[in-house]
Design a protein around this ligand. Structure first.
Ligand code: PBG
Length: 327
């Protein structure tokens, strides 16, 4: 059948027909909301390059978590911002570290909120790299035990899921081993498997104070030109014991999300990163795009590409829009 018998527009005539044949949905239940935790008290400061996203001190987190629960956002991912840093990122695996304190506080106030933690040294090292540096090169194997220690300190504090984002080879297996050996065999690993060396992390690095002090991250994060390599990274993480795999960033890598979806039967996450958020915010502020429309369009594209889980700074905003719509 073809035109004029076939008319594609028949199924677009009204919102109820469009809803009936809709293939994908943006669902707040799939969102993970990133939170930046800082030292000090009474702090809730907006991050300049990320409008509506704040730095929170531990004491101010509870209110934010309550708000997220009211909005039915099921999960958060925590990032720590510290004042004192050293060569080996000691602040990352201290029992009383900033993220460890935040986990305690959140799980006590809202046990139902899923707490995911980012496992990476860059926010804690004086040089800003994701691992220990030897002779100007990020030393893979010296970094691994520190990542294992960091993950362990998070689950000891009560984290529900750990998410290594460092891109060292072999990190998933050392983290799995360390958790299993210490009674945490039920804690899943969400691996940032295909993480690219991206310019879209700019606002995050400002927010987390984690920009590398020399060089860049290209010796460990992936080359944006590659997609077959992403599948090898994902395969490796699955072999090492990852429970959920991730592609990051999301928007310029929708093809990679689709490839991963088609190839692996593992839950797949996508990180709609800070630069992607900032671009929407900036253009909306200028009146050049409609924030609600483009945000939902972007999130739909990530779902359509095949992601099950979306880490997004827009989580709260979208949840509010959906609530308004339901009224
Ligand atoms: C830590 C980490 C980064 C992001 C998440 N975890 C920054 C980086 O790799 O430099 C970026 C998140 C974002 O841009 O929203 N390694």
């Amino acid at each position: 059948m073809s035109f004029p018998q076939l008319r594609m527009r028949r199924l677009r005539k009204t919102e109820s027909i469009r809803a009936l044949v809709r293939e994908n949905y943006v669902d707040v239940g799939d969102f993970v909301y990133p939170l930046f935790v800082v030292e000090g008290k009474g702090i809730r400061d907006e991050i300049k390059s990320m409008p509506d996203i704040f730095h929170f001190s531990v004491d101010r987190l509870v209110r934010e978590i309550e708000e997220l629960s009211e909005l039915h956002v099921p999960a958060v991912i925590l990032f720590g911002v510290v004042n004192e840093k050293d060569e080996v990122g000691s602040g990352a695996y201290r029992a009383k570290g900033i993220v460890q304190q935040a986990i305690h506080k959140i799980k006590k106030a809202s046990p139902g909120m899923l707490v995911i933690t980012d496992v990476c040294l860059c926010e804690y090292t004086s040089h800003g790299h994701c691992g220990v540096v030897s002779d100007g090169y990020v030393d893979n194997d010296r970094t691994l035990p520190l990542l294992a220690k960091m993950a362990l300190s998070h689950v000891e504090a009560g984290a529900d899921i750990v998410a290594p984002s460092d891109m060292m080879d072999g990190r998933v297996s050392v983290i799995r081993e360390a958790m299993d050996a210490n009674g945490f065999s039920t804690i899943p690993i969400l691996a940032y498997s295909a993480k690219y060396a991206s310019g879209f992390y700019g606002p995050f690095r400002e927010a987390a104070g984690s920009a590398p002090q020399f060089g860049d991250r290209k010796s460990y994060q992936m080359d944006p030109a590659n997609s077959r390599e992403a599948l090898r990274e994902i395969e490796q993480d699955i072999l090492e014991g990852a429970d959920i795999v991730m592609v990051k960033p999301a928007l310029s890598y929708l093809d990679v999300i689709r490839l991963a979806r088609d190839k692996y039967n593992y839950p797949l996450a996508a990180y709609n990163v800070s630069g992607e958020y900032a671009m929407v915010k900036a253009a909306a502020k200028m009146g050049w795009v409609d924030e609600r429309r483009v945000t939902l369009e972007i999130l739909n594209s990530i779902k359509r590409a095949g992601a099950d889980i979306i880490l997004t700074y827009h989580a709260k905003q979208v949840a509010r829009w959906m609530m308004e719509q339901d009224k």
